[in-house]
Design a protein around this ligand. Structure first.
Ligand SMILES: *[C@@H]1O[C@H](CO)[C@@H](O)[C@H](O)[C@H]1NC(C)=O
Ligand SMILES: *[C@@H]1O[C@H](CO)[C@@H](O)[C@H](O)[C@H]1NC(C)=O
Ligand SMILES: *[C@@H]1O[C@H](CO)[C@@H](O)[C@H](O)[C@H]1NC(C)=O
Ligand SMILES: *[C@@H]1O[C@H](CO)[C@@H](O)[C@H](O)[C@H]1NC(C)=O
Ligand SMILES: *[C@@H]1O[C@H](CO)[C@@H](O)[C@H](O)[C@H]1NC(C)=O
Ligand SMILES: *[C@@H]1O[C@H](CO)[C@@H](O)[C@H](O)[C@H]1NC(C)=O
Length: 444
């Protein structure tokens, strides 16, 4: 909820006196300097405060860590206690086809979490569809800025902010075009959808048409209400390249951001992308089928996936001050092989209790004896047999392709503990694990 917090009265008055005095005492050079510097400070603090007044004005609280940070200390009156609000802002930070739908469900099932599946899709679409002249002036920084802007607004439960990007434009705050709405329980249950919410935790993830059919168009005002009524917000995205691009959000005093960085063996990522986006990967499929690399195959996408994955992991594991305690590296394979324990680690990291509903969902969706892994039947479905699905790439990818990816991504594989294979036999031998046991300590 937007809780009004008294402004930093003492500090502001102090500053105001300094700023006003600047005129009167200008006859003395020394005093002038002192006053000028106070004035600058005042302006800086004002700017800072103004920049902090977001859509949910007044949610800003001074938390312990900001008392230590001199930039924020000036804003904090001593009467402000460290935020007792336990509200968490969770970011599932991943790459396409790295198991993020499955992992996102672990958060989505928690009754206190408002979960949104890839809201940045709309930003990217809006930018991609803008006129070519505009597109040329929109550099990477602008796009990332828009991404962060939207994330911040969603974390503060202003879902109307999405209207800037959803096409066609919502009418009266109502839209039929919210990307993957069915992936969010909150957007398909009361108060957003009065006929929803009856599904059991164990039921399979509903298909894309289920929720809109049952619930009608999405009222973004009601979505904001639903968001405010839940204690926490979790967002999954695959569109932010590097964890460093999120720095202004980890430093934002309005948020208590926890980043769960989900990685997966790049060879598996590639195999999964080939299955899910076969049009885009036609050249790769020719390569896989013939064993000969077509000249026109595009190696840049998987190369940059590896580069970004490694860069983020390196940053996170170095524990810079701006990320300390806010970053957890999770390998999808560990989660798939041992869902209950790994999910427990994720919940421990974000500081929430793993509710029974989450346990039930895991029990129903990770059976190793399920009749058929469903990942390949439905593009975005979560896998029932998580272990088999995590490994199936080893039977689906030609050795020649595997060797090429290993060369392109060798540093990433080594960093994340994925073993290289040196023969097709080694690749297909599933008793030979390619995942080295590793512990990536939560940065606490
Ligand atoms: C992009 O523009 C095309 C053509 O105007 C339109 O068909 C398509 O729906 C637009 N996509 C989005 C996401 O706005
Ligand atoms: C959307 O929900 C709000 C809040 O309940 C309500 O006031 C508004 O009438 C709804 N809009 C539509 C088009 O139903
Ligand atoms: C999987 O095994 C459990 C017991 O281990 C059993 O209760 C369940 O029915 C089995 N599911 C399938 C799909 O065979
Ligand atoms: C690669 O080819 C094999 C057989 O040649 C096939 O079974 C597999 O599905 C293909 N993999 C992909 C990702 O298309
Ligand atoms: C990856 O391969 C390059 C070029 O073959 C080599 O220089 C580099 O040391 C390798 N890195 C690792 C981590 O194996
Ligand atoms: C498969 O790998 C296991 C474990 O590394 C090894 O013991 C076994 O000999 C391998 N099987 C074949 C057929 O290579």
């Amino acid at each position: 909820m937007c809780v009004s917090v008294p402004p930093c009265r003492r500090q502001r008055e102090g500053c105001r006196a300094g700023g006003g005095g600047g005129m009167e005492c200008s006859w003395k050079t020394v005093l002038l300097l002192v006053c000028a510097s106070l004035g600058v400070q005042y302006t800086a603090i004002r700017t800072l405060r103004d920049s902090l007044s977001g859509p949910c004005q007044g949610t800003y609280r001074c938390r312990t860590r900001h008392h230590r940070d001199s930039r924020w200390r000036a804003l904090c009156d001593d009467s402000w206690m460290p935020g007792d609000s336990p509200r968490r802002h969770i970011l599932l930070f991943a790459t396409t086809r790295s198991g993020s739908s499955f992992t996102g469900q672990l958060l989505n099932q928690h009754p206190g979490i408002f979960y949104v599946f890839e809201p940045l899709y709309h930003v990217q679409q809006a930018f991609t569809n803008s006129s070519s002249r505009l597109r040329r002036t929109l550099d990477r920084r602008a796009l990332l800025g828009a991404y962060r802007d939207l994330l911040l607004n969603l974390y503060t439960c202003d879902l109307h902010f999405m209207e800037n990007y959803i096409r066609p434009e919502p009418q009266d705050h109502v839209t039929n075009s919210f990307f993957r709405r069915s992936s969010s329980r909150a957007l398909c249950s009361p108060p957003v959808c009065l006929s929803g919410g009856g599904d059991a935790a164990g039921s399979a993830t509903p298909d894309e048409t289920w929720c809109p059919k049952k619930c009608g168009a999405l009222n973004l005002s009601l979505a904001s209400v639903s968001c405010l009524s839940r204690e926490h917000v979790a967002i999954k995205t695959v569109r932010v390249p590097e964890v460093g691009d999120l720095r202004t959000l980890t430093e934002d005093p309005r948020l208590d951001l926890r980043i769960v960085h989900l990685v997966r063996d790049p060879r598996a990522v590639l195999a999964s992308r080939m299955m899910a986006f076969s049009d885009q990967f036609r050249a790769w499929k020719v390569w896989n089928a013939t064993g000969r690399q077509p000249r026109y195959v595009d190696l840049t996408q998987i190369t940059s996936t590896c580069k970004d994955m490694a860069a983020s992991a390196e940053t996170g594991l170095q524990r810079p001050a701006w990320l300390r305690g806010r970053y957890l590296l999770v390998r999808y394979e560990d989660l798939a092989f041992n869902p209950k324990d790994k999910a427990g680690e994720i919940y421990k990291f974000v500081g929430l209790r793993m509710e029974d509903r989450v346990r039930t969902w895991i029990a129903h969706n990770t059976r190793s004896n399920a009749s058929s892994p469903s990942e390949w039947n439905y593009r975005y479905s979560t896998a029932r047999d998580s272990r088999a699905t995590a490994e199936s790439w080893r039977l689906r990818l030609g050795f020649d392709i595997v060797r090429t990816v290993q060369n392109l991504c060798n540093g990433t594989l080594a960093l994340l503990g994925y073993k290289q294979v040196h023969s097709a036999a080694e690749l297909r031998n599933l008793t030979h694990s390619l995942v080295e046991p590793r512990t990536f300590q939560p940065t606490r």
